[in-house]
Every structure is written in C-alpha cells, then in structure tokens.
Design a protein around this ligand. Structure first.
Ligand code: CIR
Length: 261
C-alpha cells in the first residue's frame, strides 16, 4: 500500500508513567522527543503528509497512536484498547480520523483490540489475540473488515508473554516478504491465507528489531540492530534506521508511533 498520510502524537511530559514491562530504566523525555521528531522527519522524507496531534498529559502511552485505530485503504476502525488506562486515547484519534474517514467503525464492549495486534498483508489481516486484544474484539474486527471486503484470521500469542503485540514479533514488507520472530514463525507459515515467499528470521538477540515498517520504498528499522539491518539490505531494501531507545523502554516499537494510510 502506498501511504500519503500519517497521524502521530509526540510523547507527553507524563511519558515515563506509561505501561512498561521492560526493565530498561526510565525514559528521558527530551531524548524521546528528539527521537520522535526524527521519526516524523523520516515519514515526511517518504512523502507523507504528517498530522501531529497535541501531546496529552492524561495519557502517558498516547504517543503509541497505532493502538487506537485500524486504518485501511477502505475505511477505519476505532479500537477499544485492552489496557484501561489507554481507553481515553481513542477520543482524540477519532476526532482527527473523522477528517479523513466519514464513518469509522467501533469496537464495542466486551471486545478489546490494540492496533499493534493487527498486521495487514495485501488485503488479509492477521489479528493477534493477546493480553490486549481479546477474542470478542477479534471477532468484531473480523466482521468490520469483512464489510470492507477484507479477510482476516487469528494468531493467538498469549503463550508468548515476550510479545506485547503480534507486531512485536512480525512485520509484513510486501511481495510475500516477512520478518518474524521464531516464536511466531510456525503460526505464520500455517496461515492458509498468507503467502510466505521470503521469511527473514529475527536473531534472538535482536528480537526488538522484528517490529519494522515498510513505508513506501523504504523500511523503517530500529537503530542498533546490525544483524537485522544486514539481512534487510541483503534483500535489496533501503533501510532507514531510527533510534528508538526511549520508546523501547516503554515497550513501544516503530510501528506504534504512527497511523499510516
Ligand atoms: C503499552 O503498554 O500499551 C505501551 N507502553 C506500549 C504500546 C506499544 N504499542 C505497540 O507496539 N503497538
């Protein structure tokens, strides 16, 4: 999919109070803001028009905008994030998305969905059932996607606590090429609707680098994961390496910092 727009939200002053299981210390807000600004510049360099929402102190995890909506070429779905502290983040995203999509669909209770659990591959959506996305949410999302003419299937990642979201462990790069953590490789290969032409297995020591994103002609990848970078470059991809250290401390990856469409 060719992207022309992105929505982002810089980290708020309350950023360090967000949810985290990473024992990597307290994030430095100034550094996080610099890293976020570099991310926005990289999106603009790819030709995207970037809408920046205002940081909101009430939502320390609000910079991870990807979790609040599923945006497709045919419509948008506002999620109901699985972490109660993040529920209110959807309101601001909804107001912004309505500028681009007439009637975003909704995930209703008891369903919960985090956008980080959703991975699109050429019109088929993999939905991770996780500690954040529950089966009811996955079912509702499947129905919404079907109304837009898309197919979906579920991958249960609850047995892999190292993966916060499905996209913590896989990325689709287009043309049948996947990046995957060994924990989800088998599940991915067993999906009848998915064609795996090339699977780049993420080295265990670089597991965080599984969360990379194709943005038009380039791959955004986390800086500091040389093995993964070499693998990507060996396939001919142009890699834009972005420093993510402060977001990693809060369990966040590259994909979650933007909604792209
Ligand atoms: C959270 O636990 O919800 C945030 N601290 C991190 C969310 C990261 N989102 C993502 O990878 N899609």
């Amino acid at each position: 999919m060719h992207f022309t727009r992105a929505i982002v939200r810089p980290p708020a002053r309350s950023f360090a109070a967000g949810l985290s299981s990473a024992a990597e210390g307290v994030p430095d807000l100034d550094r996080a803001l610099e890293q976020h600004a570099a991310y926005v510049r990289a999106l603009r360099d790819c030709g995207l028009q970037v809408t920046q929402l205002e940081a909101d102190e009430a939502y320390p995890d609000g910079t991870f905008v990807e979790d609040t909506a599923i945006v497709t070429g045919r419509g948008a779905v506002l999620t109901r994030p699985g972490a109660p502290s993040r529920a209110g983040e959807v309101r601001g995203i909804a107001a912004c998305l309505r500028n681009f999509f007439a009637n975003p669909m909704l995930i209703e209770p008891p369903g919960t969905v985090d956008g980080g659990d959703i991975c699109e591959a050429d019109g088929h959506f993999l939905i991770g059932v996780s500690a954040r996305t529950n089966p009811a949410g996955a079912q509702q999302l499947t129905e919404h996607l079907a109304r837009m003419g898309y197919t979906a299937s579920v991958i249960d990642i609850k047995a892999n606590p190292a993966l916060l979201h499905l996209k913590s462990g896989i990325a689709y790069l287009g043309e049948g090429a996947w990046v995957a953590d060994s924990a989800v490789e088998g599940e991915l290969r067993s999906q009848p609707a998915i064609e795996v032409r090339d699977l780049m297995l993420v080295p265990a020591v670089e597991a965080y680098a599984a969360n990379c994103v194709r943005v038009n002609e380039v791959i955004f990848a986390a800086q500091g994961y040389p093995q993964m970078r070499t693998v990507l470059e060996s396939r001919g991809y142009r890699v834009v390496a972005l420093e993510m250290s402060e977001f990693r401390k809060m369990d966040g990856g590259l994909s979650c910092l933007s909604l792209r469409f």
